[in-house]
Design a protein around this ligand. Structure first.
Ligand code: DGJ
Length: 377
């Protein structure tokens, strides 16, 4: 009798610690999955499929090499956004040293979208080649028939070779300026960068694509939004109907303004972007912008953070990665950011906060803890 009771008691404790233990969000704190392990899905991207949330992210490991892809991309699923089940590795790095996706390369900010026409799940991610630092600045593609994978690696590219952005004036296409002629980060350098110094340099081979996100509009058109031109200028590039390629239609957005970490959402027919400045793994003041079309023009709306000077300076010690629309609720959006810990990347935390609106401007305030009833008001 005593033994039976202890077994029952242990089972109850176990199921309590394994399942359903979260009822709210605690931004910046350790967030345990169904196995009791801190969620390992950094630079995350989200997909709602069959009424379930999926969270894809970079699998970080311990120590100084932990920002390199030693394992690949993880995927977690959730019904309620608080409790996440580890579904394993969605995209695995390759052991084959001839593959561009070889273990030890860099995979960042994976995003997955579903193509209604082909029935395929399409993952794009920032890809840097092994041993080359951040030089390659490519975007990688992987595809699966199942939401949780396994995803098959297809290719990595520098987008839109030999094609000018649709909003780049003819007068600048032949401008006589070479990156070697300017002192790095001098006033002249910034002026020329804005006028397409790197865009022209990369015209033949294809453009740089680092921090990235994907956005699917209500008409099914998908856009690949990435930091390009030495991280100085964003590019918004249209994807083909199957989402597996670039159409060649793209725009430069906020030239020379150094936007990283773009996250795009749509509210009441307008497109909003949350992004960051350019300071490596260190946090910086967040940014926001609005547009009538994903390809722009985008109008800056300033720092979305409303809070203390420190919170505004560091975006609550986070860098944006995604804005998640909450299912079954109108105009409910969650800011999702990474609190990077580059000395031990696996320790990185997640900052989830509700997006509020001040007139037409998205703002983000700090809450030590909160839940989805926030959106009931
Ligand atoms: C900032 C980016 O947003 C991250 O994804 C990562 O690329 C770091 N820079 C690397 O320094």
């Amino acid at each position: 009798m005593k033994l039976r009771f202890s077994i029952l008691f242990c089972a109850m404790i176990l199921s309590f610690t394994v399942y359903g233990q979260h009822e709210d969000f605690h931004p910046g704190e350790t967030w345990k999955d169904d196995q009791g392990v801190h969620i390992n899905a950094h630079g995350g991207g989200f997909l709602i499929h069959d009424d379930t949330y999926y969270w894809f992210g970079e699998i970080k490991t311990k120590g100084s090499e932990g920002n390199k892809a030693q394992v690949g991309v993880s995927v977690y699923s959730s019904e309620d956004l608080y409790n996440w089940e580890n579904k394993g590795v969605a995209l695995a790095v390759h052991e084959d040293t001839t593959s561009l996706l070889v273990k030890g390369c860099v995979i960042e900010r994976p995003k997955v979208i579903f193509n209604e026409k082909t029935g395929k799940f399409v993952m794009w991610f920032h890809h840097e080649l092994k041993g080359q630092g951040y030089k390659a600045a490519m975007t990688g593609l992987a595809v699966s028939n199942n939401v949780a994978g396994p995803y098959t690696y297809v290719k990595s590219v520098n987008p839109n070779p030999g094609i000018w952005p649709s909003n780049f004036p003819d007068s600048l296409k032949t401008r006589d300026a070479d990156p070697d002629d300017f002192e790095w980060r001098s006033d002249e350098w910034f002026e020329e960068v804005e006028k397409g110094l790197f865009l022209r340099r990369d015209f033949e081979k294809g453009q740089m694509a680092r921090d990235m996100t994907l956005f699917v509009d209500d008409d099914g058109k998908a856009y690949h939004i990435h930091s390009s031109e030495g991280n100085q200028t964003l590019h918004v590039a249209e994807l083909t109907d199957d989402y597996l390629d670039f159409t060649g239609n793209y725009t430069r957005v906020l030239p020379g303004q150094q936007n990283e970490a773009p996250a795009v959402f749509k509210k009441d027919g307008k497109y909003f972007m949350i992004s960051s400045g350019l300071t490596g793994w260190d946090p910086n003041p967040g940014r926001s912008a609005v547009a009538d079309h994903p390809m722009g023009p985008w109008e800056p709306l300033g720092n979305p953070v409303v809070g203390t000077e420190e919170q505004m300076r560091t975006t609550f010690k986070s860098q944006s990665t995604y804005v998640l629309p909450v299912k079954d609720r109108e105009n409910a959006f969650i800011y999702i950011g990474d609190r990077w810990t580059p000395k031990n990347p696996i320790d990185g935390k997640y900052v989830w906060l509700p997006i509020e609106f001040e007139g037409e401007r998205p703002i983000i305030r700090w809450y030590d803890s909160w839940d989805l009833t926030f959106f009931d008001n």
